[in-house]
Design a protein around this ligand. Structure first.
Ligand code: ADP
Ligand code: MG
Length: 505
């Protein structure tokens, strides 16, 4: 390919651009609260309906390298800000689409890249000046993130629940555990401080004292585990009975004693696997309750909460950790709720069908993420694409500063930024162009918080409509989109690579 005339290089560039634009086109109709859903179907015929940009991109069968770069940019956006993926992809698509027009006018890719880089810097600096204090708007950040998602219809109090969970976890996304339970209604969902186990105690619960003690064992205490790899030659059934009764019983009593020694005043033992009834009964007599057969993730969460590593056997038990353990029944479910030193929050989500529960979980995932970002950074901006649009006007005003051909690239960047607000309106059934023109007029008149009115068409104040987003989300979307566009524009040839038997080829 490399010995071909320059036109073919331009073709490679155009192919990349076309592939990236195709990706943007495919998610475009999902943007905003009035966005449509996409049905994802795999070769087995399994399906899911969603309008979550990140989910669609993850599940799309994408082969073209240019398109893959766009998906990477969306993944970066998702991993840093938890939301805003569709906006990022649409922005990147618009930036690349506009660059085609600039190529046609004879601009060199390097000039376009230079202009885009400058424009991204100015846009980000300007967006920083549009920020408000997040503390009063956390509920609205959650609401904005879930509007248009099915969570909104299933659950009235979703934004409040989301903010409660984030505050309890101190704004740390990794400290929020989401437990999904099929059945019940979405309104049976609940937020707990601590780790929630969908479990009951093995024997009827002993009276649990507040300020109790707990142990964590990362294995089971039962025959099948303990007698592995042991060979015995026994002459008769009676001999076997004897062995069972004495040797193994002694071992169990010993194990129980080791646990009792660490919990002299009673408490709770959490065991990863099955626990032998003999041990459980002995422990129960000593006021020690048992939770058995736990998920690995639950053991890990308890370990974080209690601040102790899980023991591998009863011999290497650490000192017991302080904790409060309670049994709770909510709706038709029984839970064991464990509170400890660490800040861990568990959100129990309920849904009547698997599909609704999956959508609720995905909606919450985004909303919890953006509320964490807003809570931690303390800064939000009005949504609806209003911040991008305001930045676009700022760029247009400054474009002349750079002079020469690069100013055309800055204007092209500004045009791309306006597409977010326009597309939100278009997806709600209104004119993209009229909305952008209307918004330009408002913003130039000083109404910088105006965005698209998705109910009646035209424009409206996003502050009054309670539409808010974390500042970081908008800023990152501009950065991710401009970076990926510049990377794609810098590629002028596609060359096949030796596969070396590694990776897909
Ligand atoms: P993304 O994947 O980019 O988050 P979404 O489909 O979630 O895409 O749409 C998010 C956009 O919709 C944001 O710009 C947000 O501000 C906007 N939005 C949400 N609710 C409203 C509303 N009521 N009016 C106008 N815009 C809204
Ligand atoms: Mg979103």
């Amino acid at each position: 390919m490399s010995n071909q005339p320059p036109e073919s290089k331009q073709t490679a560039q155009r192919l990349n651009i076309r592939a990236a634009k195709a990706i943007a086109e495919s998610v475009k109709s999902t943007l905003g609260p009035a966005g449509m859903d996409k049905m994802l179907v795999n070769a087995m015929g399994d399906f899911a309906a969603t309008n979550d940009g990140a989910t669609i991109l993850q599940d799309m069968d994408i082969a073209h390298p240019g398109a893959k770069m766009i998906v990477e940019a969306a993944n970066t956006q998702e991993s840093i800000c938890y939301d805003g993926t569709t906006s990022t992809v649409i922005l990147a698509g618009a930036l690349l689409g506009n660059s085609e027009g600039l190529f046609d006018k004879g601009l060199h890719p390097n000039v376009i890249c230079k202009g885009y880089r400058q424009a991204a810097r100015w846009a980000v600096d300007h967006i920083n000046t549009l920020s408000y204090d997040a503390s009063e708007h956390l509920n609205n950040v959650a609401r904005t993130s879930i509007t248009g998602k099915s969570v909104e219809q299933h659950m009235e109090n979703a934004p409040e629940l989301c903010v409660e969970a984030v505050k309890l976890a101190g704004g740390d996304f990794d400290r929020i555990r989401v437990l999904t339970q099929l059945g019940g209604g979405a309104d049976d969902s609940h937020c707990f401080s601590g780790v929630v186990l969908h479990k009951e105690f093995m024997l009827p619960a002993m009276p649990l004292k507040p300020n109790g003690k707990a142990l964590l064992i990362n294995t089971g205490l039962s025959d099948t585990k303990m007698d592995d790899n042991v060979q015995l030659n026994l002459g008769s059934a009676a001999e076997y009975q004897n062995f069972k009764q004495f040797s193994s019983r002694d071992t169990w009593v010993e194990k129980a004693d080791q646990i009792i020694a660490k919990l002299p005043d009673g408490g709770v033992v959490f065991v990863r696997d099955h626990m032998n009834e003999v041990v459980a009964a002995t422990l129960a007599k000593n006021n020690i309750s048992v939770v058995q057969r736990m998920q690995e993730s639950d053991v890990a969460a308890l370990s974080t909460l209690l601040g102790i590593p899980p023991a591998h056997t009863t011999e290497d038990l650490m000192d017991a950790a302080d904790c409060d353990v309670e049994c709770k029944t909510i709706g038709d479910m029984k839970y064991v709720v464990v509170k400890g030193e660490g800040e861990v929050t568990t959100l129990v989500l309920r849904g009547a069908t698997k599909q609704t529960l999956d959508e609720i979980e995905r909606g919450f995932d985004d909303a919890l993420g953006v509320v964490c970002v807003a809570y931690k950074t303390g800064q939000v901006v009005p949504g609806g694409g209003s911040a991008y649009l305001n930045a676009a006007l700022h760029l247009s005003a400054r474009a002349a500063e750079v002079g020469g051909r690069a100013q055309m690239a800055i204007d092209a960047f500004a045009d791309a930024l306006e597409q977010i607000a326009g597309t939100i309106a278009e997806n709600a059934g209104f004119s993209l162009l009229d909305t952008i023109l209307g918004l330009r007029t408002e913003h130039l008149a000083g109404n910088t918080t105006f965005g698209p009115d998705i109910e009646n068409g035209g424009t409206t104040c996003m502050v009054e409509a309670n539409v808010w987003e974390p500042l970081d989300l908008v800023r990152q979307a501009v950065l991710s989109a401009s970076e990926v566009s510049i990377s794609i524009l810098r590629i002028d040839d596609i060359i096949s690579r030796r596969s070396d038997n590694q990776g897909p080829q």
